[in-house]
Design a binder for this molecule. Structure first.
Ligand SMILES: Nc1nc2c(ncn2[C@@H]2O[C@H](COP(=O)(O)OP(=O)(O)O)[C@@H](O)[C@H]2O)c(=O)[nH]1
Ligand SMILES: [Mg+2]
Length: 363
């Protein structure tokens, strides 16, 4: 599950990526490891892990992680191969969600490829490049679907018509993610793997002053995002990067405090990205390790067990489930059991965020 950071050049993508990579500076529990220069896994900040750690006192704590990719070099003409455009568009295709960084800061020393700061225009430029690529993809899909309509089968005709309507929709300058869906069209559209069908999160990269006092662009971007049903995170990547450079936790806290922040903006961003990917967490807790496991929303207990080991899924018998709140309230597994609050669940159980799971299985 990967999230790609996109945006025009010089909007702060790499600065943001480096902030994420420096999350390790904030806590040893939140390590970052660089897989390739532009890919990293970042831990998902989760207060609940600290609470569990206090009660269980395990040897180690392992948080959930998401993979983040810094996708450089999207410029006007990318869909036509401009500026290595094809390579970068291919990178986006491999991501399940998009973090779209918008430059909302003025700085005469940092060149803006379009000459002026205007994040709404910038957003359009990126959207258009992605849409142009999708139109290409759709043209091929439509062509292919057309061959099947000769069969006269209702489903084949409907598939063709759906793709054609979608193509028209994107050609009108809209993103595929906004196309009205029904039970029939949903799987067809997800199969074409369109760039503009991926969920998106907008980041307003602002300067220090705007963190405290707002900025003319933020409201406009929020309005735009609302229409798209997308989320917005406001942060100051450069300052967060500077704060990361400070040596002690106390100094970093002090500077965040001065900005009126209780935590770095990137923490909020990571949690939202996790949500955007439709991910959630369940916990396992033992003296050896307290661990957050990542699963999709709506997954069943056996599917969730399979994340630990495929044998757990194949040989699944049942799951013992403790609600996180109950564990905190009663303080230990034994006490939760005594209070009759431990659930025993079967194969159909849909795992909830924060469930503490113990799987029974045989192989
Ligand atoms: N003033 C200011 N400069 C920033 C901010 N974010 C990034 N920069 C600077 O803008 C330049 C381009 O940033 P970079 O992260 O490399 O942009 P990218 O091309 O989108 O990856 C660098 O010199 C950064 O230091 C910001 O919030 N305020
Ligand atoms: Mg960069």
């Amino acid at each position: 599950m990967k999230c790609g950071i996109v945006g025009l050049p010089n909007v702060g993508k790499s600065t943001l990526f480096n902030c994420l990579s420096n999350a390790k500076a904030q806590s040893a529990n939140y390590p970052f490891c660089t897989i390739e220069p532009n890919i990293g896994t970042v831990s998902v900040p989760d207060e609940r892990l600290f609470e569990l750690e206090k009660l269980v006192k395990p040897e180690r704590v392992l948080p959930a992680v998401v993979e983040i990719v810094d996708i450089a070099g999207l410029v006007k003409g990318a869909s036509k191969g401009e500026g290595l455009g094809n390579k970068f568009l291919a990178n986006i295709r491999e991501c399940e969600a998009i973090i779209h960084v918008l430059r909302c800061f003025e700085d005469g020393n940092i060149v803006h490829v379009e000459g002026t700061v205007d994040p709404l225009r910038d957003k359009e430029i990126i959207d258009i490049e992605l849409q142009l690529k999708d139109i290409e993809t759709l043209a091929k899909a439509v062509e292919k679907a057309k061959k099947f309509i000769k069969s006269g089968k209702k489903d084949d005709v409907m598939t063709y018509e759906t793709l054609l309507n979608l193509q028209k929709f994107v050609e009108e300058g809209q993103n595929a993610r906004e196309f009205p869906l029904d039970d029939f069209s949903t799987p067809i559209i997800s199969e074409v793997h369109l760039l503009t069908n991926k969920p998106v999160l907008y980041v307003c990269n602002v300067d220090e002053n705007s963190i405290k006092n707002g900025n003319e662009w933020i409201g406009k971007i929020e309005e735009m995002a609302k229409k798209e049903n997308a989320e917005v995170v406001v942060l100051a990547a450069q300052i967060e990067a500077d704060i990361n450079e400070l040596d002690t936790f106390e100094e970093r806290e002090m500077f965040l405090d001065e900005l009126g922040l209780t935590e770095p903006g990137v923490n909020r961003l990571i949690r939202k990205a996790y949500d955007l990917l439709h991910l959630q967490t369940y916990f396992t807790a033992g003296v050896k390790e307290v661990r957050a496991w990542t699963i999709g929303k709506g997954w069943t207990a056996p599917q969730a067990a399979g994340v630990i080991h495929t044998d757990f899924e194949k040989g699944f018998i049942r799951a013992e489930v403790i609600k996180y709140e109950d564990f905190i309230k009663f303080g230990s597994e034994a006490k939760v059991k005594e209070a009759g609050k431990m659930g025993v669940e079967g194969k159909e159980y849909i795992v909830q965020d924060g469930d503490m799971m113990n799987f029974r299985f045989n192989v």
